[in-house]
Design a protein around this ligand. Structure first.
Ligand code: GTR
Length: 402
C-alpha cells in the first residue's frame, strides 16, 4: 500500500513539472567569479562598418539605431507604432492620504471600438500648482494590489507624493499575460483574447518584454495629455522582468526623460558574457515568451550575441540612467549590473557627461553624482522604499540641473 502511495506521489510530481521546468533544471548555473569564461565585450562605439564613433552626432544619428536594431532583431523583438484608435477615459478620481494626493484611474482604450483596453492607476500630489514629474512603471499583481498594505514598500505612494512626484502604474498582464505566471483569469481587459500580441501587430516577432514596453509608451501617450503632468519629466521604472521592459521602453522611446532599472538582471542591465547567475539558456527555457524566436540561437552562446547589455543601457544616453542591485540577488548578478553602469561611460562622455566611479561601491552607498547612478542595497531581490528614495533624489538632482 505504502509503495503504491509513493508511486502515485512520484507520478503526480512528474506530471506537475512542465517540460520547461525539467529542461531548466538541467542548465548549469555558475555563481563563482573564478569560473567566469574569458570574454571580450563588443564596443558600443564601434560601428557595424568597423569605424569608431567620434562624436555625439554620429552616435545619435548612426550608431544608436544599429544597436537598437540588434536588440530588436535578436532579443526582444520590434515595438510596433501606437494603435490608431488610442484614446483615454477617466474612470474615477478621489482624494487620498489625508488630502496629500489624488488617485485616479484612466482607461487606455487601444481601439476606436473600445474592445481592447487597460487601466492605469495614477497618484498625483494634490494642491500643487505646476505640472509634476512622474514615474511610470508596470506592476506584477494588478493595480489594486499596489494599494495593499503588503505592497507599501514596493509602491510607497505617500513617500513619493510628499517629494512632489506622481506615479503611474499598469498591470503587466493587462497588456500581455506573463505565460504561466499570469493571473489573467481574474479580470477582463485587453487580455480577454490573449494579450496585446494576439490582437495587435499579429504575426510580428515580438516577445512579452517588447509588448510591455509598448504598453509603457501607451501610458506615456496618456500622461503627455494630462495637464497635471510635466511630460518632459517622466521616468520609466521597473523591477526585475519589468526592469527589462523599462530598459527596452526607455531605449526605444526617448520621450522618457530618465530610466530606472531595479534588479533587472539577465537580459536587463547585467553583462551577459559573465555567464554568472541566470544565463541565456536558462532564461529562454523558463520564459521563452519574453523573447523573439531569433534569441533561441544564443542559448549557451552568450559570446555570439552581437552586443552586450551595456550596449542596451547606452541607448539611454544622454538621459539620466539609474541601475540598482541587491547584495543577495546573485541570480541577477549585481556585479554585472554595475559593470554596465560603468562601461556606458564612453557613450555619455560623447555628450560631456560623467559615468560612475571605477570601484564597485559598498552596500547602501548610492553613487549618483553624475548622470549615471548605481547602488547595491543590502538584501534580497526586490524594490523597496529605500530604492525609491534614491530614485527620487536622483531625479530631483537631474531635473534641477537642466
Ligand atoms: C525570475 C527570472 C528573472 C527575473 C525575475 C523576476 O524568475 O529568472 O529574470 O526577471 O524572475 O521578474 O522577478
Amino acid at each position: 500500500m505504502k509503495t503504491r502511495t509513493t508511486l502515485w506521489m512520484l507520478v503526480w510530481l512528474l506530471c506537475s513539472l512542465s517540460f520547461q521546468d525539467v529542461m531548466a533544471q538541467e542548465i548549469a548555473i555558475n555563481y563563482d567569479e573564478n569560473k567566469i569564461p574569458a570574454y571580450e565585450l563588443p564596443d558600443p562605439l564601434l560601428m557595424n562598418n568597423g569605424e569608431k564613433v567620434k562624436n555625439a552626432r554620429q552616435w545619435t544619428h548612426e550608431r544608436r539605431a544599429e544597436i537598437l536594431e540588434i536588440f530588436a532583431q535578436e532579443m526582444y523583438g520590434h515595438i510596433p507604432a501606437r494603435p490608431e484608435g488610442l484614446h483615454f477615459k477617466k474612470m474615477s478620481e478621489e482624494t487620498v492620504y489625508q488630502g496629500l494626493g489624488i488617485r485616479k484611474v484612466v482607461r487606455i482604450y487601444l481601439d476606436k471600438a473600445e474592445q481592447h483596453w487597460f487601466d492605469i492607476l495614477i497618484h498625483l500630489p494634490k494642491n500643487v500648482k505646476h505640472p509634476v514629474p512622474m514615474f511610470a512603471g508596470l506592476n506584477f499583481k494588478g493595480n489594486d494590489a499596489t494599494l495593499d498594505e503588503r505592497a507599501s514598500s514596493r509602491w510607497p505612494y505617500e513617500q513619493i507624493l510628499k517629494e512632489g512626484f506622481g506615479v503611474a502604474t499598469a498591470w503587466r498582464d493587462a497588456i500581455e499575460p506573463d505565460g504561466r505566471d499570469s493571473k489573467i483569469e481574474e479580470t477582463e481587459n485587453v487580455c480577454k483574447d490573449g494579450g496585446v500580441r494576439a490582437w495587435y501587430n499579429k504575426g510580428g516577432d515580438w516577445g512579452a518584454i517588447a509588448a510591455w514596453a509598448w504598453g509603457l509608451s501607451c501610458m506615456y501617450d496618456y500622461l503627455a495629455t494630462d495637464s497635471s503632468v510635466d511630460a518632459s519629466k517622466i521616468a520609466v521604472i521597473g523591477h526585475s522582468r519589468l526592469g527589462k521592459a523599462a530598459l527596452w521602453a526607455g531605449a526605444n522611446d526617448t520621450r522618457f526623460a530618465m530610466v530606472v532599472s531595479n534588479n533587472s538582471g539577465c537580459c536587463g542591465a547585467a553583462i551577459s558574457r559573465r555567464v554568472i547567475g541566470e544565463n541565456f539558456a536558462r532564461i529562454n527555457t523558463s520564459f521563452p515568451h519574453w523573447f523573439t524566436r531569433e534569441f533561441d540561437k544564443y542559448m549557451h552562446k552568450e559570446a555570439n550575441f552581437p552586443a552586450d547589455q551595456h550596449g542596451l543601457v547606452a541607448l539611454v544616453a544622454p538621459r539620466p540612467l539609474y541601475i540598482a542591485s541587491a547584495t543577495e540577488d546573485l541570480w541577477a548578478d549585481p556585479k554585472g549590473e554595475w559593470l554596465s553602469a560603468l562601461l556606458v561611460a564612453p557613450v555619455y562622455k560623447l555628450f560631456g557627461k560623467e559615468g560612475v566611479k571605477a570601484d564597485y561601491p559598498a552596500p547602501d552607498a548610492p553613487e549618483m553624482d553624475g548622470v549615471v547612478a548605481y547602488h547595491v542595497r543590502t538584501g534580497k531581490h526586490d524594490i523597496t522604499a529605500y530604492d525609491w528614495e534614491q530614485y527620487v533624489s536622483f531625479a530631483k538632482r537631474n531635473y534641477k540641473s537642466e
